[in-house]
Write a protein that binds this ligand. Structure first.
Ligand code: NDP
Length: 257
């Protein structure tokens, strides 16, 4: 009988000292989980948010409890001037980030026939405008540094097109296309750009939805957790994902493949 030979598993690569990540929309939900997961992975974290200062402070406390540094960076990602100023301060104080997670997003659901202009504009400006406002001032320094990871948080809605979410599907579909195009622009300098596309995840955003009915379409039959989405981001920011770029990683319980 042949005895199976178990090959030793290589030890995980140690995190470089001083690595830091900027996470937008990190005061609550998926962004808060990403901030805490990246801290566990060895990143210091710049925590962006718009209004929830107390919640953001709690995330900073959790990051520090993981032994990493945390900074609060409050600004509205739709405000190009404020975003540019905050990012320039960050670049001055801390240098070029090793990972940028474009997570801030909102939903304003309703049929297009009744959609208010504000519902269209705010959703597009947050997800898609936010991408431009964050990545535009950072991509030059990242290219110069010849390293770094950009991860955008899109949605299954941007992949399949969801009725009642024409604005959100447009914003997230645009975000997927923008990330894929960017990945091709920056690959030669060793900077990667990938998308995580969650399905139905248990956060404030999905509270109040008719979940029982919606979950019938999810093969795994449950909501995803913020930790499951954060684990995908963690992978894309890890040394293991060095050869992955322009990819859309679906975390959706099989809802759309
Ligand atoms: P939440 O509503 O729980 O949290 C949203 C976060 O984004 C908060 O930290 C909020 O800050 C921040 N934010 C919102 N608008 C802005 C802005 N203009 N500027 C800066 N920060 C802002 O959302 P989720 O955690 O559920 O969603 C996170 C991302 O994941 C979004 O892009 C969403 O579209 C996407 N997603 C979520 C899914 C889900 O099922 N939950 C499914 C698919 C994708 P503050 O607390 O200060 O308001």
């Amino acid at each position: 009988m042949r005895i199976p030979v178990w090959l030793p598993i290589p030890a995980p690569a140690p995190s470089s000292p001083g690595m830091y990540a900027l996470v937008t929309g990190a005061s609550r939900g998926i962004g808060a989980a990403i901030a805490q997961r990246l801290a566990r992975d060895g990143f210091d974290v710049a925590i962006n948010f718009r209004a929830s200062t107390e919640a953001a402070e709690a995330v900073a406390t959790a990051v520090r409890a993981a032994g990493r540094q945390a900074a609060l960076v409050p600004f509205d990602v739709t405000d190009r001037v404020a975003a540019k100023a905050a990012i320039e301060r960050l670049l001055d104080e801390r240098g070029t980030p090793d990972a940028v997670i474009v997570n801030a997003g909102i939903a304003r659901d309703g049929l297009l026939a009744w959609m208010a202009d504000e519902e269209w504009d705010s959703v597009i400006h947050t997800s898609l405008g936010g991408f431009y406002n964050i990545v535009r001032p950072l991509v030059g320094p990242m290219l110069k540094a010849r390293k770094g990871r950009i991860v955008t948080i899109a949605s299954v809605s941007g992949q399949m097109g969801n009725p009642g979410q024409v604005n959100y599907s447009a914003a997230k579909g645009g975000l997927i296309a923008a990330t894929k195009a960017l990945a091709r622009e920056i690959a030669k300098r060793g900077v990667t750009a990938n998308v995580v596309a969650p399905g139905l995840i248990d956060t404030d955003m999905t509270k109040g939805l008719p979940l029982e009915q919606m979950l019938q379409a999810v093969p795994l039959g449950r909501l995803g957790t913020v930790a499951e989405v954060a684990a995908a981001v963690s992978y894309l920011c890890s040394p293991d994902a060095g050869y992955v770029t322009g990819h859309v990683l679906a975390i959706n319980g099989g809802l759309y493949t």
